[in-house]
Design a protein around this ligand. Structure first.
Ligand code: SF4
Length: 443
């Protein structure tokens, strides 16, 4: 509910009749403001008040779902800037497949998309969408849709220039809940009916804010709410400006016409510029980014950027604080200590694995802080490390009790040795130095 309790109270009948279960209208208004009670509990609301309050209770940017086997949720964003709260639903990234390609080329492209799968800080990063673009006959368009639907579980977008072709294509894969788009604006009302018939979201493209708003409101008037907005033309700078205005209008001015997820389609031959442009849209404020093709290095860059932007800035990614065996350690192995901040932990883990030296990795609960931050905040100090060693009974795993600490906190080595009774070895400052460091120690 975007209105305050007092704003809501002004719209209530002020009978204080208690029929809603609250002693006063004001008490009911306060609960409504917190979304803790249903509006329907008050039977005396005027139609005008009901409409205003229902509108105000809608999210500023609608949550739209695509797909069935694999589902992508878009929108429902609440802030302009990530640090104000967080961004909720990560940008879906996909590529476009034209139906003019041969079946062999299409399968090759799909294999490339499926290969773009990476593990990073404990999460699997992968692409989400494949858009099938009609450039030839209806028969070929339908044939390619059948082939793609058979070969992938990715969410499908249908881009067509003929209403007949799009109608048949939507019917063919309606159960997969694709996002559909028709280039021909003269059939816009027909395509709205098509989306309503098959309960599938519609991509609405306009050349400017006025056109997008008019088309969006036409959808709403016809009862179609699941839409995604798109700017049909424009440079990177223009799109960035438009996307920012649309987000502002939706969140700050409560302009319903712009309260939907946004899609950006990238046409750029230079791969570096293509990646840069996609990165800009991921940051501000596209819910879907479609590229004409993607190399593995581009996918890794964009998926990593997306993961960083859509991580809750107030809740760092953390791993469970415990002792992790790496490469089958035994009682002669070293114990390396680090924090439970995912990025730190997985970076250290990767380097220990790369060294091929068996070791134990001790992750200390630093509430998700990295080494120096945790040390400055007294969450990674001799007392905390000693108590973690004791709680996890680490001395039962190794004979020599040798503990490696990060080079950045070398200053704590003396006190840690005294407190814990372990031999403390100062490791490298950067994780990249770990393989050489471990190999030298084990010689
Ligand atoms: S039912 Fe309506 S009028 Fe009665 S107390 Fe509750 S909010 Fe007020």
């Amino acid at each position: 509910m975007a209105l305050s309790g007092l704003d809501i109270y002004k719209l209530l009948p002020k009978k204080n009749c208690r029929e809603c279960g609250f002693s006063t209208c004001l008490a009911f208004a306060m609960q409504l403001a917190k979304n803790a009670v249903a509006l329907s509990k008050c039977p005396y609301l005027s139609d005008a008040a009901k409409t205003t309050l229902e509108e105000a209770s809608l999210p500023a940017i609608r949550l739209v779902s695509l797909g069935s086997e694999r589902v992508i949720r878009l929108g429902n964003e609440t802030v302009l800037f990530r640090h104000e709260e967080k961004f909720h639903h990560p940008t879906a990234i996909g590529i476009i497949i034209e139906d003019s390609l041969s079946n062999y080329q299409i399968i090759e492209k799909l294999e490339k998309i499926h290969q773009a799968k990476f593990e990073r800080v404990g999460e699997t990063l992968e692409l989400d969408l494949v858009a099938i673009k009609q450039t030839s006959s209806t028969e070929r368009f339908l044939e390619v849709i059948g082939l793609v639907a058979q070969k992938t579980k990715l969410v499908i977008v249908l881009l067509s220039y003929q209403i007949e072709a799009l109608s048949k294509a939507t019917a063919q894969i309606a159960t997969k809940k694709p996002l559909i788009y028709l280039e021909d604006k003269t059939c816009f009302e027909q395509v709205i009916k098509l989306a309503l018939t098959y309960k599938t979201p519609l991509l609405v493209c306009g050349a400017n804010l006025e056109e997008i708003a008019a088309l969006s409101m036409l959808c709403k008037k016809n009862g179609l709410e699941d839409i995604v907005l798109c700017l049909s033309e424009g440079s990177l700078a223009k799109r960035l400006w438009y996307f920012t205005q649309m987000r502002r209008l939706a969140l700050k001015k409560k302009e319903r016409a712009f309260g939907y997820p946004v899609l950006a389609m990238i046409k750029q031959d230079d791969l570096y510029l293509q990646t840069l442009e996609a990165g800009v849209y991921i940051a501000k404020y596209a819910s879907i980014v479609l590229l004409e093709d993607i190399e593995l290095w581009q996918a890794l860059s964009l998926l990593t950027l997306r993961q960083n932007i859509y991580t809750d800035p107030q809740k760092p990614l953390q791993v469970e604080p415990k002792i992790y065996p790496v490469s089958q350690p035994d009682e002669k192995s070293l114990v390396l200590v680090t924090t439970n901040f995912s990025l730190t932990y997985y970076t250290v883990l990767g380097e220990v694995e790369a060294s091929k030296v068996p070791a134990y990795l001790l992750s200390v609960d630093t509430e998700g802080m990295s080494v120096l931050t945790a040390w400055a905040a007294e969450k990674f100090n001799p007392e905390k490390i000693t108590s973690t060693l004791e709680t996890l009974k680490v001395k039962e795993l190794v004979r020599d009790k040798r503990l490696v600490i990060p080079g950045y906190v070398a200053v704590m080595s003396g006190e840690l040795e005294e407190r814990s009774g372990w031999q403390v070895i100062v490791g490298p400052k950067e994780a990249s130095g770990i393989p050489a460091f471990l190999k030298n120690l084990s010689v």
